[in-house]
Design a protein around this ligand. Structure first.
Ligand code: TXA
Ligand code: MG
Length: 335
């Protein structure tokens, strides 16, 4: 393998770069992989040493289980059991931004590290062309958490991956910004009724409509047993404080707006409209929640500067994909 000094290798998506990335993965390396939700940090899910490198690169506590990415239901059924509810959701939402927690098969061949010793495994079929091409070229499932240091923002561009992980990754396969911009919705299908463990690109209403009953959440805010370590309260956090539901600004605060911020004032004098460019990002001027989701992590990152006292975020409606946006924001704001 060739390394170019201290520069992280970033290659644009094409058949040559996919072959190179697959060769790295086959020899136990780790690769930054684009998906439709966020960039993942991929390794061969059958190879414990390779999976261990993911934890090392992320600085992630070893007990966090990872999502296994495959290209079709047949590959899912080789590693996990799909019950009736899981099959309904799988057929409706795969390929796409849905992760199912399923009972793991005894002879799955998966590294135990992937599911942190749990009897279940998280599985997702991504729709992104680069992820799919890479999985095809490898011929084995790819374990991939979001490609960021543990506890920091999920990356939605190749540059984010490089900033967060630098030389800890062997290669970054680059294919632009992620369409969804939020991690997948995680649904636990190991029990009788499916439960949402993490809200995301696919909403509770989407899920309930296809199941034919109201799906419930188990987001674990209130300190009980943490089912999914993604439920750790402080999780998606910039390095400066985040203040939610801001209706005006304190001096020195940066603004993350939703809808119009035209008439927002700054305490002690001034208007949000007059803030310098580096202190304002607009999630969606039109108030489009999907646009806001796609912009969320990139914009939080851009405002995350020690030059600012905090990031003040305007109210986001708690409906549709807004539920997932607010979930991420509450975690970012938690101290
Ligand atoms: O969109 C996504 O899901 C991205 C892309 C790369 O696919 N991946 C991602 O992975 O967000 P990660 O590792 O950052 O989040 C995985 C979530 C965590 O909340 C983890 O705790 C949960 O899935 N999880 C994984 N395996 C689990 C299991 N066996 N039981 C319960 N929760 C599990
Ligand atoms: Mg993550």
């Amino acid at each position: 393998m060739v390394f170019y000094g201290l520069m992280t290798r970033i290659l644009s998506f094409n058949s040559v770069s996919v072959s190179k990335a697959a060769a790295i993965l086959k020899s136990g390396g780790i690769v930054g992989m684009p998906t439709e939700t966020v960039y993942g940090l991929a390794a061969n899910a059958f190879d414990s040493k390779a999976v261990a490198r993911i934890f090392e690169a992320k600085g992630r506590p070893q007990f966090n289980p990872l999502i296994v990415h495959v290209n079709d239901i047949k590959a899912v059924s080789e590693i996990a059991e799909l019950n009736e509810h899981a099959l309904i959701l799988a057929h409706k939402f795969w390929a796409g931004a849905l992760t199912l927690i399923l009972p793991r098969k005894h002879d799955s061949g998966l590294s135990d590290l992937v599911s942190a010793g749990l009897p279940s495994v998280a599985v997702r079929i991504p729709s992104h062309r680069a992820a799919r091409a890479l999985i095809d070229a490898c011929g084995f499932p790819l374990a991939a958490p979001s490609a960021n240091k543990s506890g920091s923002l999920s990356p939605t561009t190749p540059a984010h991956v490089a900033q967060s992980l630098g030389n800890a990754v062997d290669l970054i396969l680059a294919d632009g910004a992620c369409l969804v911009g939020l991690e997948s919705t995680v649904v636990d299908c190991t029990g009788g009724k499916p439960l949402i463990l993490r809200s995301g690109g696919i909403t509770a209403k989407n899920l309930s409509d296809s199941l034919g009953f109201e799906i419930e959440y188990d987001l674990g805010y209130h300190g009980g047993a943490v089912k999914s370590p993604g439920q750790l309260l402080k999780h998606y956090a910039p390095s400066i404080p985040v203040r939610l539901n801001a209706i005006d600004l304190e001096q020195g605060e940066a603004l993350l707006s939703f809808g119009s911020a035209k008439f927002m004032g700054v305490k002690g004098g001034g208007a949000a409209a007059d803030l310098p460019d580096d202190m304002v990002r607009h999630l969606s001027v039109e108030g489009d929640l999907y646009e806001a989701a796609a912009n969320l992590f990139a914009m939080m990152r851009e405002l995350d500067s020690p030059a600012h006292k905090a990031i003040a975020v305007m109210n986001i409606p708690e409906s549709g994909i807004g539920v997932a946006i607010n979930d991420r924001l509450r975690r970012a704001a938690f101290f």
